[in-house]
Design a protein around this ligand. Sequence first.
Ligand SMILES: *Cc1c(COP(=O)(O)O)cnc(C)c1O
Length: 435
Amino acid sequence: MITTELEQLYESMGISKEVISYGEGILEELKDRFDAIDAVTEYNQAKVIHAMQECKVSEACLLGTTGYGYNDLGRDTLEEVYAHIFHAEDALVRPQITCGTHALALALMSNLRPGDELLSPVGKPYDTLEEVIGIRPSKGSLAEYGITYAQVDLLADGSFDWDGIRAAINERTKLVTIQRSKGYQTRPTLSVCRIGELISFIKEIKTDVICMVDNCYGEFVETIEPTDVGADMVVGSLIKNPGGGLAPIGGYIAGKKECVENAAYRLTSPGLGKEVGASLGIMSKFYQGLFMSPTVTSSALKGAIFAANLYERMGYAVIPNGTESRHDIIQAITFGSPEGVIAFCKGIQAGAPVDSFVTPEPWDMPGYDAQVIMAAGAFVSGSSIELSADGPMKPPYAVYFQGGLTWQHAKFGILKTVQSCLDAGLIDKEFKRIK
Ligand SMILES: *Cc1c(COP(=O)(O)O)cnc(C)c1O
């Protein structure tokens, strides 16, 4: 409900009456979907509390160690909590894992050996992994160590190419990487259930192959996680969903004991593994962020669904579409022109609590092959669980939008994007696409 008071406040913040009422009209239709999200959130909130209670999280866990970090109670308990949530044997959750790409590289490099082959049965992996794997030649890539890579694309309708996958698995196939989220692609995101079907199929052909899921943006969107359907490892970033907006750095790997141990020996050193790695003063943020994560993820999901419906109604292609079920927090909107991507990102930036006065511009970002524009006025630099939008400046000129620590902020930021598109002449007064 928009009161006159709120309408006036929004107007003073640059959103016209027409944009507000267009938004309210769409929101009225989304009530049942929002209720369903709240039900998932309640389940996941309980799951997190249950894990914290079972693992006896105490006030002492919130303190940190320095130096080598031997016997770091907070760190070791947090890893137990993650293992509990993912129903996994073990977990590695560290501030020394610098980002999602690092966590994925760690999981791959520690579990593959020269002569092994890595398979992606879901098409091209996330852009930054191209250099990790060596698809684009890069120093220190898996390719440099004699680890080969095979890829089977999804079929045109987004389904798995079962025959192609069967043909690609060979005696050297050691690890299969499955990306849950769409990343910078306009393919559908995989549900945990579909990931389970894929893993069963692969394990039937080759039982001992390691199935790893890039879980970025997927955590707590459903009530189950890939480790509940047979994944040997799930990997993600703490400046996305599981950090709840509070973790200022970090990554995690949860799964089979052997896989996690391999990763720990690679992160620190052979012989040292999980025993070292001081948590400094960061543990309280990791715990509190994890505790907040289910509600933060649900705010982001509501924002994604709101945006999908607003932009679909205008005539833009959106993935997922307005009514589809959700398996991650990313919303892709295809503008078909650089102007659209830029106008959208300007709106998100103008809606931010931090750096709202700056104008985002496309730039050459490390790890990406085209210029990328990013809008983020975040408390944690680059955090994409906070309301943010980005897009590579190349066809089909799609913007990838995600995050929102609160639903109210997500809503506000999205209304700002509509205003920005209106002001840029991309849509008309009836909120229909012009270009
Ligand atoms: C964000 C992301 C990554 C990489 O994470 P960074 O923290 O940006 O390095 C990998 N895979 C997917 C699907 C992602 O969304």
